[in-house]
Design a protein. Sequence first.
Length: 273
Amino acid sequence: RKRLSLFGGSTVELEIAMKTLQTACASLIRIGKGVPSRAFDRIAGKAGKLSLAGLRDACVKHLKLNALDAGRVAALAMAVDDKPQMGLPEFIRTLRFLQPCPTLLDLRMRFVQRFGTHSAGIDALAALGLGGRNNEDFSVDQLERLILAFGVGADDVGRLFKEMDAFQIGTSPGLLSLKNVRAAFDHAHVLRWLHLFQQRLGGNSAAGEELDDVKAKGNSELTSAEGLAEVLVPLGYPQEFVASTFAMLKQRAEVIGRGDGAPVTLKDLQTIL
């Protein structure tokens, strides 16, 4: 919450600060020849600790940032752990905070590192106001404003939103619910496998055509993981991923209201692909 309140609560300023900090840390790592401890020693000196003012001055001295950018970088970096001084452990956590999060698996890993479980990370987003008091649906813009607090920039948010939206469990088009987010996080590894599978087939349209051919042969309903394997494995989907994929499709069929024991269909798979 403190990170979101930086710079007068301006999302634009926070985004600028994060991009500047990412560039600054990349420069520091180059200075340290790829070794974080060596990079930190360069800016912290013998003291081994940096205050807010000390970090700001170090950014001006070693990275040649102007006073405004140095102030932004220092304020955001110190807010990652919210401690009065930064040592090597805090510096390393700041580097993790700045890593890109292009996939849901990456974001899940960040939440686990930060909170212990990905579910706790989603709870933290909800505590910041995602979904409102009544678990309302939310847009990509609403997600972007809050998830900045976890070091996820605008460049990644759109991809993450699209990946979560692929699970589609009955929310309005272009909107997500916390229930949708939790389901997508639970099956982030399966969604990633399916995305890579779709790419190997040549994209969304090509994957849809392949499954349409299967449906035309009368194999539209899938009653078991073995049945799903008969469809996907000949197309190049790894056998070892099939059981988890069927379990996800089964859960989705039940969540969207078809009830316990609801059959999985190829349409369910095409919706996600």
